[in-house]
Design a protein around this ligand. Structure first.
Ligand code: SAH
Length: 214
């Protein structure tokens, strides 16, 4: 896989576009400028990799639109060295952005085919990430509590086990709704039993499903 001047130029343009759409976190913008998104999409889509669009990544799933990646990451309010659990590794692109921001990343994917692909590419990029094949509804109790939890699939409701695995003072970013549209929600855990939630607009994600597939 090669990263050319052309790709770098396209990434700069993508970043300018995200800035125009209201993303103003410089660390996130430079992470997006650094990560070759074309490594994460099927070669047939490579020339569109820097359009601000979602793409098919196989197994009926999509790589999130760059704006959505930037928006969710901005809401996550990530600090260096924080422990983050991502649900829905998919292509591994969002995972890479979290790693670039200096987080200690744990990520779970339920589709074996995507898990295997993402594991290979994250390895190839020398990113140190804990990647698991599993059901994100279960979280990763062995590694809890997490400072942040990022869910990149649409959930019908906020999964109880994920709330339990969030550190006090921690935040979870999760799209919640039906199979067509979801509301972006930030849950802040204010005490072992208390939560504050805020809404950040409508999005459309593939559904968060139960169990492992493939
Ligand atoms: N963050 C990804 C977005 C992928 S789309 C990226 O940047 O490419 C959402 C992903 O969530 C899909 O790959 C889907 O298989 C996965 N998913 C859905 N339900 C899940 C669950 N319960 N546990 C883990 N992954 C899940």
């Amino acid at each position: 896989m090669t990263d050319s001047f052309l790709h770098k130029g396209l990434r700069k343009k993508l970043v300018d576009g995200l800035r125009a759409k209201g993303i103003d976190n410089e660390a996130i913008l430079s992470a997006i400028e650094n990560v070759p998104r074309h490594f994460f999409v099927d070669s047939g889509f490579a020339r569109h990799a820097y359009d601000d669009k979602p793409f098919s990544i196989g197994a009926g799933q999509t790589i999130s639109q760059p704006f959505t990646v930037a928006f969710q990451t901005q809401l996550l309010d990530l600090k260096k060295f924080e422990k983050v659990l991502e649900i829905g590794t998919g292509s591994g692109y969002q995972t890479s952005i979290l790693v670039e921001l200096g987080a200690k990343v744990y990520t779970i994917e339920r589709q074996r085919e995507l898990f295997t692909k993402a594991q290979a590419i994250l390895n190839e990029m020398n990113y140190s990430v804990y990647i698991f094949l599993g059901d994100g509804y279960e979280g990763k109790p062995m590694f809890a509590p997490f400072d942040k939890i990022l869910v990149t699939a649409g959930a019908k409701e906020i999964p109880q086990k994920l709330l339990e695995q969030l550190a006090v003072g921690g935040k979870m970013v999760i799209p919640v709704g039906n199979s067509e549209t979801q509301e972006m929600i930030v849950v802040e855990k204010t005490s072992p039993t208390k939560y504050k939630t805020e809404k950040y607009g409508k999005f459309s994600f593939v559904p968060m499903l139960q169990g492992i597939e493939g």
